[in-house]
Design a protein around this ligand. Structure first.
Ligand code: TMP
Length: 206
């Protein structure tokens, strides 16, 4: 696909997204492949500051304000990190443009076209080469949400919200199937998921 692809890890809370990202990093390190990794919201120092403001449990910022802050964080990442590394190193991102559509549009009902336009305005032709979408079923989601400490503002929603967000992610993936792999922790055990992930990464890096 590309020697230095931009690979994104998406999925709702408790879906196993972070575990997938860690496995990918382990693989790249083991094979001495140059990469950078960042998370959204977060990334540059400024974007990390925005992250702690907006995800703070006590934040009273409204969801439209949050949308602009997610975008501001992305804009700084584009300018200070992504632009100079795009196609030069493998880039792994923990959440990216699909999270904004899934959470802000499918979850919170904010305008889809506005979000698409803002992303285009910020990123121009920069696009993920591939996205791993981690999914979780209702039983596991409810169980895992109950076990989870509410660490941030976006951890506080109920099952219905996350269900809408996950359906949103699946809808986005279904429109561009060749660029997504769905990793389903309900169907497959961790080892099988890891194998699928690594096989796909090997394939992408060819
Ligand atoms: P996480 O980094 O622990 O996954 O948490 C980040 C939270 O931010 C998560 O609940 C999803 C949310 N988020 C959005 O709502 N919109 C976005 O565009 C991004 C990048 C994250």
């Amino acid at each position: 696909m590309s020697k230095n692809p931009l690979i994104v890890f998406e999925g709702i809370e408790t879906s196993g997204k972070s575990t997938s990202l860690k496995k990918a990093i382990k693989y790249l390190k083991k094979n001495k492949i140059k990469y950078i990794t960042l998370r959204e919201p977060g990334g540059t120092n400024f974007s990390e500051k925005l992250r702690s403001l907006m995800l703070n449990k006590k934040s009273k910022l409204n969801y439209k304000t949050d949308l602009f802050l997610f975008m501001a964080s992305r804009s700084e990442n584009f300018d200070k990190i992504l632009k100079e590394n795009y196609k030069k190193k493998v880039i792994l991102i923990d959440r990216f443009v699909d999270s904004t559509l899934a959470y802000q549009h499918y979850g919170l009902g904010l305008d889809k076209d506005l979000i698409l336009k803002m992303n285009k305005f910020l990123l121009g032709n920069l696009k993920p080469n591939f996205t791993f979408l981690n999914v979780v079923n209702k039983r596991n989601l409810v169980k895992r949400l109950n076990l989870r400490k509410n660490i941030n503002k976006y951890d506080n929603f109920n099952y219905n919200f996350y269900n809408k967000v996950q359906k949103g992610f699946l809808k986005i993936a279904s429109k561009n199937k060749s660029k997504y792999l769905i990793l389903d922790s309900n169907k497959d055990n961790l080892k099988i998921i890891e194998n699928k992930l690594i096989n796909k990464i090997e394939n992408i890096l060819k």
